[in-house]
Write a new protein. Structure first.
Length: 479
């Protein structure tokens, strides 16, 4: 944990070893010489902060709260490099409060309790509030998040939690209700370009003393590779400048920048919100019969490092949920593709998944089996466990036969075309219909079969006398 702020450290207390001035000249000089360009160019005021006008523009919520010294506790949600940490530092500077920070990756409940105790002491002795910044707050468990509740509510600390994950899912509801959620977006091309220009021009913190020029093609490449991430843009620029220095060049052209910037991993977090966004995009692309989009989102997942078995399992589910009996071959093909994935692994299994994605996207769609399952679930929840009708119960013992188990059962193979009319649902549900086929794909054939069955039910032949034996019974005749 580090402490920064405007007040001088008090001799002889626990703050002395951790307290430093946010803009202490020695620290500024150290970072100027040693920190990465992205840290050196971190905005110090809202005037230096590019982008996020909906949050910090004139008259907007966060700017008004800071200028009026009425900053509430915040959860700042945004992608990497959108300005979450920077806004927390600016908030501390503008409000004059001390700034305590730690990462949820390494901190525990003990750290939380310690900083809360120190904040109470500081508030009581110096009348100075504390901004507690928690990076990646979504990584805190429930107990750790609950530790903040009381001190946030009573004003001991102003909490600023930063997260790349949707706080609706990752932050406890009680803590979320005590905080204002600020949503940041990926930076636009114009904002990123201004950030790069500032870094190239700034002689104190940036690369201004190098007098570098950047070609239009190289600039476009840097902006495209950054994908809305200011930190990435500055890191790529710094790598390019270092390579230019090695080659004694003053112009950053496209070949130089391309060789300096290693291939960046696609934006894809296998455990975060983007994971669910992209699998949702794949699912909906296949449902809407768009094979090109399905292949794109499949490629994004595979290139992002997703487990191909996870993708295969989701596509098996899709085959039964969204294609269903409209194309009964979809499910066995999906299972076969999953077996190919298990057998081949990456990268060879990608074409098996691509073939499956194309097949599922272009197959006729029906959710009738999925809807039927949901209808059954609702009925069971509403009516409870209804008893099995006696005539279709198994009767392996004499006692069970004496109790009427299997009595009146009609053996379908003894009837015309292997069809018999008798009830199979519980008595209370005998009129219920759970499955409704659609006039699409193979379900057209199912509709024909059901209609034929209805016609046969009116033409029942004479029973053959084997109406009390079930071949599934242990004492039933063979054959």
């Amino acid at each position: 944990m580090t402490w920064t702020g405007g007040a001088t450290a008090r001799t002889g207390n626990s703050f002395e070893r951790n307290s430093v001035d946010l803009f202490d000249k020695n620290i500024t000089e150290y970072y100027r010489k040693n920190a990465p360009l992205a840290d050196r160019m971190r905005p110090r005021t809202l005037e230096e902060f590019f982008g996020q006008e909906e949050v910090v523009g004139k008259g907007r919520f966060l700017r008004s709260a800071l200028e009026g010294d009425r900053l509430p506790s915040l959860i700042i949600w945004g992608p990497p490099g959108s300005g979450k940490t920077t806004l927390a530092h600016i908030a501390a500077a503008m409000t004059g409060k001390r700034f305590a920070a730690f990462s949820a990756v390494t901190a525990g409940v003990k750290d939380v309790k310690r900083v809360i105790a120190e904040s109470r002491h500081l508030l009581a002795t110096e009348k100075r509030g504390t901004i507690l910044f928690i990076d990646e707050i979504h990584r805190f468990n429930k107990a750790q998040q609950d530790a903040f509740l009381h001190c946030v509510e009573d004003g001991t600390i102003t909490l600023i939690g930063a997260t790349t994950e949707n706080p609706s899912f990752e932050v406890n509801a009680p803590l979320l209700s005590r905080c204002q959620v600020v949503v940041l977006k990926p930076l636009g091309r114009d904002e990123l370009e201004r950030i790069l220009e500032a870094a190239l021009a700034d002689e104190e913190r940036g690369l201004g003393k190098l007098k570098l020029a950047v070609t239009d093609e190289a600039r476009s490449f840097l902006l495209r590779m950054s994908r809305g991430d200011a930190r990435a843009a500055l890191n790529f620029l710094e790598l390019s400048a270092l390579k230019a220095g090695q080659e004694k060049k003053k112009v950053l052209d496209l070949p130089l920048v391309e060789s300096a910037v290693a291939k960046r991993a696609l934006l894809y977090d296998k455990t975060g919100e983007e994971h669910y966004n992209i699998i949702s995009a794949l699912h909906k692309s296949m449902r809407d019969s768009d094979p090109d989009a399905a292949l794109y989102w499949l490629g994004r997942m595979l290139q992002g490092g997703e487990d191909p078995m996870y993708i295969a399992r989701r596509m098996v589910r899709f085959a039964s949920e969204d294609v269903g009996v409209a194309d009964p071959q979809a499910l066995p093909l999906a299972v076969a593709a999953m077996q190919a994935v298990r057998f081949l692994g990456m990268p060879e299994c990608d074409t098996a998944l691509a073939e499956l994605a194309i097949y599922l996207a272009t197959a006729p769609k029906s959710n009738s089996a999925y809807a039927a399952c949901n209808n059954v679930k609702r009925e069971i929840k509403a009516s409870g466990p209804q008893p099995v009708p006696l005539h279709i119960r198994n009767a392996p013992t004499r006692l069970m036969k004496d109790l009427g188990y299997g009595k009146g059962y009609k053996y379908a193979h003894d009837y015309e075309e292997g069809f018999v009319e008798q009830g199979h649902l519980p008595e209370a549900l005998k009129e219920k219909k759970f499955y409704t086929p659609k006039e699409i794909g193979f379900e057209r054939e199912i509709i024909k079969r059901l209609r034929y069955r209805q016609n046969l039910s009116g033409k029942m032949g004479k029973e053959t006398g084997r109406d009390e034996e079930d071949p599934s019974d242990s004492n039933a005749p063979e054959g």
